[in-house]
Design a protein around this ligand. Structure first.
Ligand code: CAA
Length: 258
């Protein structure tokens, strides 16, 4: 399907979704959010896709929700539309791994979008921030909750209250991103990481994703029980037999998602 605000390529089991509103630094307007929800849902349902990479441009992953589109809205407008909720819920329903490849500005809703992905690879030019306070609002798609879990209360408060930007080094040091790579190598590194993920059993990868995400949503005791039961359950799969046999036979595993 052709999109107005996205470029989607599917190759070698990887769906690469590029936000494409260059004139607005990829600001998240309603068309982009709708198309993104559609593209992610389609990639999740496509049997050929084993991993998804979400990226923007060199200058901006996304500079936040579209301020021009929001500026004149009333409380009733955004409340009745439940602004951004259906689209973010669609993203959170995606069961395949999503890697965010971030270069340049990653602000407000852009930072929140990156944090909804499974991990973030940042270029050395990346700048993260939650500057909503400068607009007289608070983050609206998870920034106060997710950033706090990633970087702790003090730094999250600092980011949300001052609206300052964090560079890639600080973001890596504080646990927001998994790795930093030189800007020119960002897409090669992100696609290589996606290729590594795509080599695994997608069935197992979905279980890994659900299990890690549980750590944000439940007590340690419940999370450990969930993990243990998933570990046990995977012994019912062909991929567990294949993975362990391949190790013992000193060969590459051929996973079939069964
Ligand atoms: N919404 C709409 N348009 C945006 C935008 C946004 N969030 N961010 C940038 N743009 C547009 C600018 O208006 C400009 O368009 P025009 O040329 O038509 O005026 C174009 O993108 C380029 O931007 P700048 O000229 O401002 O570029 P710059 O390099 O001087 O500055 C920047 C870059 C620091 C990122 C600056 O654009 C900026 O501060 N953007 C806003 C960041 C922001 O406040 N994000 C939070 C949004 S609210 C939110 O996201 C709520 C939520 O949690 C859901």
């Amino acid at each position: 399907m052709a999109y107005e605000t996205l470029i989607v390529d599917i190759n070698d089991h990887i769906a690469l979704i590029r936000l494409n509103r260059p004139d607005a630094l990829n600001a998240l307007n309603s068309a982009l959010m709708r198309e993104l929800a559609d593209a992610l849902t389609a990639a999740d349902r496509n049997d050929k896709v084993r991993c998804i990479v979400l990226t923007g441009s060199e200058k901006a992953f996304a500079a936040g929700a579209d301020i021009k589109e929001m500026a004149d809205k009333s409380f009733v407008d955004v409340f009745e539309a439940d602004l951004f909720t259906p689209e973010t819920e669609a993203l959170l329903r995606v069961r395949k791994p999503i890697i965010a490849a971030v270069s340049g500005y990653c602000l407000g809703g852009g930072c929140e979008l990156a944090m909804m992905c499974d991990f973030i690879i940042a270029s050395d030019t990346a700048k993260f921030g939650q500057p909503e306070i400068n607009l007289g609002v608070v983050a609206g798609i998870g920034g106060t909750q997710r950033l706090t879990r990633f970087v702790g209360k003090s730094k999250a408060m600092d980011m949300h209250l001052t609206g300052r930007f964090m560079d890639a080094e600080e973001a890596e040091r504080s646990g927001l991103v998994s790795r930093i790579v030189p800007a020119k190598k960002l897409m090669d590194e992100a696609m290589a990481a996606a290729a590594k993920v795509a080599e695994k059993s997608t069935l197992t990868a979905k279980v890994v994703k659900e299990s890690v995400n549980r750590s944000y949503e439940t007590t340690l005791r419940e999370g450990l029980l969930f993990e243990r039961r998933m570990f046990h359950a995977l012994f019912a799969t062909e991929d567990q037999k294949e993975g362990m046999a391949a190790f013992l036979e000193k060969r590459e595993a051929q996973f079939r998602d069964r």
